[in-house]
Design a protein around this ligand. Structure first.
Ligand code: ACO
Length: 312
């Protein structure tokens, strides 16, 4: 048996903030944003929608997609850097909303690599037969920690959520290899300051990411003895199209084989990867039997990658 995805879904708030809207807020322009980042618009959650609401919307749909009852869930892991409050965890808030009364629940903080950390943590519990079904969610309301007067960061981020239900899948399917890593020495390059705003040294983060994303993508493929271009679909963290292309080019795969939700959603930190995964499956870009690589990096600094054979 393997451990894989039984069902998945994503949620995005309705409100769209375009590059043209940002031109009215800070000294920036559509051309700069599109050519430097690949972003055209992003979604922003209203005051009435907090992080746990978005997590709940995605989770409810993922359970339905997996055909799993909330009471069957043994563990809820929520990757987020924007919880409703430091405690209780978002995982506990949605455990109640879902009625997942048999589930243990906790949040995971690994910034944009958080969903990868969540997936691999969930996998361990299932593999050791401790738990059967684990709900893993990546969710962010980054708009609440964005400094809307800082053009270096405010053009980059958006809100949203993605959720997967992990469980047993047939042999050869599911997660085949993974890599997780951290370098706390790089903490100063990306963090939330005492005013509750994202501070980022874009150039340093860029340098780290264009090295780490390609390396991790290749590592998880080589670990299972396959060739780079055996990869059928790549889901990179949606931080910057230039960083994403660096990973894709190192694998030697074409543009059609990479998810690019960044155009319409921007960077959603922990939520980027599960949102892009859910959308790619829904659009038929990922098919049964495909070799899929998920790869992320983020504040910490952290990184993580997974190679999986899609299907149950
Ligand atoms: N509009 C117009 N000009 C801008 C903007 C903007 N929104 N932002 C910055 N600039 C200016 C800068 O001030 C700079 O001007 P200067 O040369 O006069 O000083 C110029 O544009 C070039 O700045 P660079 O930083 O060199 O631009 P770069 O090409 O590196 O792109 C970017 C900046 C997009 C931020 C890039 O560095 C990047 O993507 N870095 C990685 C970011 C990332 O992946 N973050 C992950 C965070 S995920 C998480 O954990 C939340």
């Amino acid at each position: 048996m393997g451990v894989g995805v039984l069902g998945l879904a994503h949620y995005v708030p309705e409100k769209i903030l375009t590059n043209a809207d940002l031109e009215k807020m800070v000294d920036t322009n559509d051309e700069w944003i599109r050519t430097r980042t690949g972003i055209e618009e992003r979604r922003i959650a209203g005051d009435d929608i907090d992080t746990s609401d978005m997590a709940f919307f995605a989770a409810e749909k993922a359970l339905k997609d997996a055909n799993v009852n909330a009471e069957e869930i043994d563990l809820i892991l929520v990757a987020t850097v924007t919880p409703d409050s430091p405690f209780p965890s978002v995982a506990c808030l949605i455990q109640d909303k879902l009625g997942a009364k048999n589930a243990a629940a906790m949040d995971i903080g690994a910034a944009c690599a958080g969903f990868m950390y969540g997936m691999i943590t969930g996998k361990q519990f299932i593999e050791t037969k401790t738990y059967k079904k684990v709900l893993v969610i990546g969710v962010e309301k980054l708009s609440k920690i964005t400094d809307w007067e800082d053009r270096n960061t405010c053009v980059l981020f958006g809100d949203g959520a993605g959720a997967v239900v992990l469980g047993d899948v047939s042999d050869g399917k599911g997660i085949l290899s993974f890599e997780l890593g951290a370098n706390g020495g790089g903490a100063k390059h990306l963090y939330e300051n005492e005013n509750g705003h994202i501070i980022m040294n874009g150039r340093e983060v860029f340098k780290f990411a264009v090295r780490q994303m390609p390396d991790s993508s290749v590592n998880v493929v080589e670990k299972i003895g396959l060739k780079r271009d055996d990869v059928d679909y790549l889901i990179p963290h949606q931080a910057n199209i230039r960083i994403m292309n660096a990973a894709r080019e190192r694998l030697g795969i074409s543009e059609e084989k990479m998810a690019t939700t960044i155009k319409k959603y921007g960077n959603n930190s922990s939520a980027s990867i599960p949102m892009a995964l859910a959308e790619s499956v829904a659009n038929g870009k990922i098919k049964d039997g495909d070799l899929v690589v998920l790869v992320g990096f983020g504040g910490g600094l952290t990184w993580g990658a997974v190679a999986m054979r899609w299907g149950k």
